[in-house]
Design a protein around this ligand. Sequence first.
Ligand code: PLP
Length: 287
Amino acid sequence: MPRIAYVNGRYIRHAQAAVHIEDRGYQFADGVYEVCEVARGYIVDMTRHLDRLNRSLSELQIAWPMTRSALQLVMREVVRRNRVINGLVYLQVTRGVAPRDHAFPAPGVKPALVVTAKRSDPAAAAKKAETGLAVITVPENRWDRVDIKTVGLLPNVLARQQARSVGAQEAWFVDPDGTVKEGASTNVWIVTRDSRLVTRPADHGILRGITRATVIDVAAKLGLEVEERAFSVAEAKQAREAFITAATMVVMPVVTIDGTPVANGHPGSVALSLRHAFFDIAEKIKA
Ligand code: PLP
């Protein structure tokens, strides 16, 4: 069965799907995106993802490419047509196609929309969670509007590659004051020695992760206290646990930071219990 993508009004074979060379996403990274988890046939936290899309679009003065309810239908249709039971649905909206010029195009240029879906293997992810991930730290070098989920991800790409090149799986951006911002595509958490969950406040310094928001709900349901404050790399290295969150991996334990083991170097019980409870508490919309 061929993969199917939605591109500007048409469902077409993924292998043949293409956008115009003057799409402003391609020329200027002038666009935004969302990634939702698909689990057991449901799109997870779609409402929160579309709320964040709305904010990203309005911050950049890009119009919705279609109504919110129509976009929901397209996302569900792409998931169904690709028979994704577990995986991801990706959407990208750019300012559209226009002759290359930095300033916004004339009114009337329509935003461009691409929606794709991809399967993933929940057993492989569960196995990864049992082992945990290695992370490195890198200096923060991004612009100060990382709260907008734009497709301009070059520093994130380079940071992730730097992690890969030393056998790690994620890179954490660190401010000059030594505090941890977030991962290349994840939010960062620690569990302190006195069992408090700590994550950086979702101000302009990080992306307000949807998984992060739902993990705060999950923690409340499990009776765990969450503290939203900055923490240093040194504190993370001495923490009882560390973990990262994202729609692509839900909750993933971190077992080493720059080669230093976190606690005993094995995934912690808090991260694993949040991971296990996540699906039940998150919003689920049948694809
Ligand atoms: N931070 C960054 C920079 C990201 O790119 C992402 C996800 O792509 C996240 C955090 C996690 O966000 P979410 O939980 O909405 O996937």
